[in-house]
Write a protein that binds this ligand. Structure first.
Ligand code: PGA
Length: 251
């Protein structure tokens, strides 16, 4: 049985005061949850403050990106050991906004995953097709290329610790969610592909989240699908009420 993992991707939002207010509410309202792994991913500058609030709770902490070198002349970047130093345990890698606006490729994603694993951070690796690719029937080709590029060269143990997020880019921030069937079809495709690249046993333990306009009113249907093991939530993770409802989808 894979334990569901629901992560909030706050993107470029929340100053320290706002972040502390939000996680204080989450901490209060989610303390009784044990069926789901919960993670919040704020901006770098508030990681330490948020970690102070979340210490010894059931809510994990993640960053939204990292650079693959540990240190050196890379102005403006943040490395895995630095993220680890804030108390975070997770890091989102290869989000479609990073691919679209900041030139990330499957190759850089692969390097970033290696750096994260080297320093004991759990990568949440995003893949997903854009609308034109879906409409021209290329979804599976794109996902295959992304997975083969991003997930090459890891040990079995490393693969088992990975979290994958399938995020159809056309569903992100658009209010247009993939249907549970559309999502399940791609999740199963990813799992079968990972079974071919590694082993069936490994593919069966890897958690694959769905992301793209997840809300309190669609989470249950998405989670009822066999290969959907949680969600990466953007907009709806910025308000405590909606994120709490999503995490408690099983109630
Ligand atoms: P959204 O974002 O929930 O606002 O669509 C999801 C994501 O980008 O991770």
């Amino acid at each position: 049985m894979r334990k569901p993992i629901i992560a909030g991707n706050w993107k470029l939002n929340n100053t320290s005061k706002e972040a502390i207010e939000l996680v204080t509410l989450l901490k209060r309202n989610l303390s009784d949850v044990s069926k789901v792994d919960i993670v919040v991913c704020p901006v770098f500058t508030v990681l330490m403050d948020v970690n102070d609030v979340l210490a010894n709770t059931n809510i994990g902490l993640g960053a939204q990106n990292l650079y693959w070198e540990d240190n050196g002349a890379f102005t403006g970047e943040i490395s895995a050991p630095m993220i680890k130093d804030t108390g975070a345990q997770y890091v989102i890698i290869g989000h479609s906004e990073r691919r679209q606006f900041f030139g990330e490729t499957n190759e850089t994603v692969n390097k970033k995953i290696k750096a994260a694993l080297k320093h004991g951070l759990i990568p949440i690796v995003c893949v997903g097709e854009v609308l034109a690719e879906r409409e021209s029937g290329k979804t599976f080709d794109v996902i295959k290329e992304q997975c083969q590029g991003c997930f090459q060269g890891f040990s079995e143990e490393e693969m088992k610790g990975m979290v994958v997020a399938y995020e159809p880019v056309w569903a992100i921030g658009t209010g247009k969610t993939a249907t549970p069937q559309q999502a399940q079809e791609v999740h199963k495709f990813i799992r079968d592909l990972l079974a071919k690249m590694y082993t069936r046993e490994i593919a069966d333990v890897i958690r694959i989240q769905y992301g793209g306009s997840v809300k309190a009113d669609n989470i249950k249907d998405l989670m009822s699908q066999a290969d959907i093991d949680g969600a990466l939530v953007g907009g709806a993770s910025l308000k405590s009420d909606s994120f709490v409802k999503i995490v408690k989808f099983y109630e």
